[in-house]
Design a binder for this molecule. Sequence first.
Ligand code: CAO
Length: 436
Amino acid sequence: MCQEKLIRPLCRELEPKRRMKKEITLPEIADNVVTGFLARVLVSVGETIEADQSIIEVETDKATTDIPSPFGGKILDIPVNAGDEIRVGQVILVLETSDQATEPPTDQAPKPPSHQATKPPTHQATSPPSPQPTKPLANQATTPPTYSSAAAVPAAPSVRRFARELGVDINRVPGTGPGGRISDDDVKAHAKSVIQAGPVSGAGSNLQAAYAEVPDFSQWGESTVNSWQTIPQVVQFDKADITEIEKFRQANKGQVERAGGKLTMTAILLKLSALALEQFPKFNASVDMKNKQVIYKDYINIGVAVDTPQGLLVPVVRDVTSKSLTELSIELGELAQKARDRKLSSEEMQGGNFTISNLGGIAGTGFTPIVYPNQVAILGVSKASIEPVYIDKEFVPRNRMPLSLSYDHRLIDGADGARFLAWICKVLEQPFSLWL
Ligand code: CAO
């Protein structure tokens, strides 16, 4: 037995290392994503791996993500196979680790999956992707998953997406298919039953109350927490006269182009929305139903809806207020291209406080966008057109752009919504009013 102080470190080296069996479970990949398809197993039984080494590739309806092992050791078993639908919390690997290997080597916590390694899927997804804000996987290998039911929820990504669109928590839907598999019809039936059951209290509804969990916002900046009560969603419409700002855009687009970006109406709206969020902090908040509180964020990150061949994706532009219009134009162009190429990482789609959805480059006179989970408002932008406007006793042609603001009525009153949108219209019409 080694007792002497001086030789103790050497003795420790000589002592046989304690071997431990460790089960590695699938960590949470994204908010509200509880299952994925195992695209590839990157290791094999008997192999010795390092902590943080990628072990499997998991495909969700959004992207393919490498899942690293939080620990190093020898692989005893891989109880999953390529092609399996696997769920958060499911054991994906059994490792034999030494006692030194029980903690991750550097930061004391398992690292999130390497989203840099996100790549196009190796096989066809069962449905096109849908918007899905995501969060990193801190400690997921050693702590239970955070979604409401730890049990597997057998549902295809398309069914999950449908449930999300309806605001239905998939974990609460009884499945009628083989093995309790949930179909679109099950989701509809559940939504119907919830609606028929009536509101929870006041203006809130059971469906909305299903948004119980909010992410840890501290990873994106400082927040202030206030106390809070109930729910629903209202849409405010307005029209902005963009005649002058469109002249500004045309006059300056060459300069932005030389810097590598495209000066679009969306980039301009990004900048103005950030300024609006500073003016109206209620719109830069999140409602935390579980803890009955409102979280006001001191950072301004804005998501932008991008139409891609695979469906809608919402990359997030961070810290918008600190960036120039040129910088925003460049960044937005890059993010939109990455979205179309399906190269966005999970991080690039998370942490948004507000969203802009511009359908004006496509068609339509107006639409009612749906507020993103954990946000309280979204700005819908429709196609601008020249309209006769009665000014000084005559009709003059003006370029007018329809705007729609959907907001969470639990937090935002109609008057707040009207003021917020009117502020954006005014600044679009008279940008210099900002300095008054
Ligand atoms: N009114 C009139 N014209 C508009 C416009 C508007 N609101 N918005 C854009 N346009 C015009 C632009 O001026 C541009 O014309 P020019 O090339 O002559 O300048 C043209 O439409 C194409 O614009 P763009 O696509 O280059 O740039 P953008 O900023 O308008 O759009 C992006 C970028 C990523 C928002 C867009 O490509 C996109 O994907 N839009 C769809 C978003 C979506 O699907 N939303 C629905 C989500 S449901 O809530």
